[in-house]
Design a protein around this ligand. Structure first.
Ligand SMILES: Nc1ncnc2c1ncn2[C@@H]1O[C@H](COP(=O)(O)OP(=O)(O)OP(=O)(O)O)[C@@H](O)[C@H]1O
Length: 271
């Protein structure tokens, strides 16, 4: 029996004049790979920010290993939780290697320089994500996908217990999407890294996550296995568009087919 790593209890959170989460409760078990899904603006990023201790809930609690996230000193929190956000943090002029080394900061004392152990962790993370080729490139001159892979590398160099990822595949081509998610799954299974990722691609979410949490209206609309959450009625009402559910031909996981609502008359289609 594995324990709960991260727990949100009746969390209400948002921004001045804009309540977003209105009573979200969820528990993430140790070694779990949880997918967070839901329409634009529903609060996925906000939930991840609360979990990372970057946003204080107005009501309710976020707990990490049973302790209130807000009470955990910053550096200690950063040794436990790594975040890969949608927007890369400002890193003007830094090379990929320098950005990856930033992941070691929580492990260093003030003014302490990186030692062999830190250099090794950074190099190992680059090897895992296949970003060695980008090592000496300036990150502000990388493509969106390359920059995203460097940010994951920084997060892995941090050697966290929990990885929180906000739309990690947003800028990636299909080859890199699969490579990225395969890597996450491998880290999850082989190193028991606990992962929470917000994902818009419901098919990828179904293929990679054993459990999904669907947000709607600031609350959890559905939580469970992909089969339990990805149903035609739930998706149609949450996303406001009809869908058809099928099966992935190889993995057997739910496959969501979108239905175009506009049918062009045949004669209007150019040869
Ligand atoms: N810093 C902010 N100040 C004010 N409002 C914000 C801020 N950040 C986000 N919001 C608003 O809070 C709501 C939830 O945003 P959030 O980014 O959590 O949604 P999301 O589910 O991650 O969306 P998406 O799928 O589009 O990335 C949105 O209406 C957004 O406009």
């Amino acid at each position: 029996m594995t324990g709960t790593r991260l727990e949100l209890t009746d969390v209400h959170a948002g921004y001045p004049g804009r309540p977003v989460l209105r009573g979200v409760s969820l528990a993430v078990r140790e070694g779990e790979f949880l997918g967070l899904i839901g329409p634009n603006g529903v609060g996925k990023t906000t939930l991840l920010r609360v979990a990372a201790g970057l946003l204080v809930p107005d009501r309710g609690h976020a707990r990490l290993g049973g302790r209130p996230v807000q009470g955990i000193p910053r550096r200690e929190l950063a040794r436990q939780v790594a975040v890969v956000g949608q927007a890369a943090p400002a890193s003007f002029g830094l090379t990929a290697w320098e950005v990856v080394l930033l992941g070691r900061l929580p492990h260093l004392r003030r003014f302490q320089r990186e030692g062999p152990r830190d250099l090794q962790a950074a190099a190992e993370a680059m090897r895992l994500t296949g970003t060695e080729k980008l090592r000496d490139r300036r990150v502000d001159r990388l493509s969106g996908g390359e920059a995203q892979r460097v940010q994951l590398t920084r997060a892995l160099a941090q050697e966290p217990e929990i990885l929180l990822l906000d739309e990690p595949t947003a800028h990636l081509d299909i080859g890199h999407q699969v490579e990225f998610l395969d890597l996450l799954l491998r880290l999850n299974r082989e190193r028991r890294l606990t992962i929470v990722a917000s994902l818009h691609d419901l098919n990828l979410a179904a293929q990679y996550c054993r459990r999904l949490v669907l947000l709607e209206g600031g609350r959890v609309r559905a939580a469970g296995t992909p089969e339990e959450v990805l149903t035609e009625p739930i998706l149609a009402s949450t996303y406001g568009t009809p869908v058809r559910l099928g099966r992935h031909p190889v993995q057997g996981t739910p496959a969501v087919h979108l239905l175009a609502r506009y049918q062009a008359p045949k004669e209007a289609v150019f040869p």
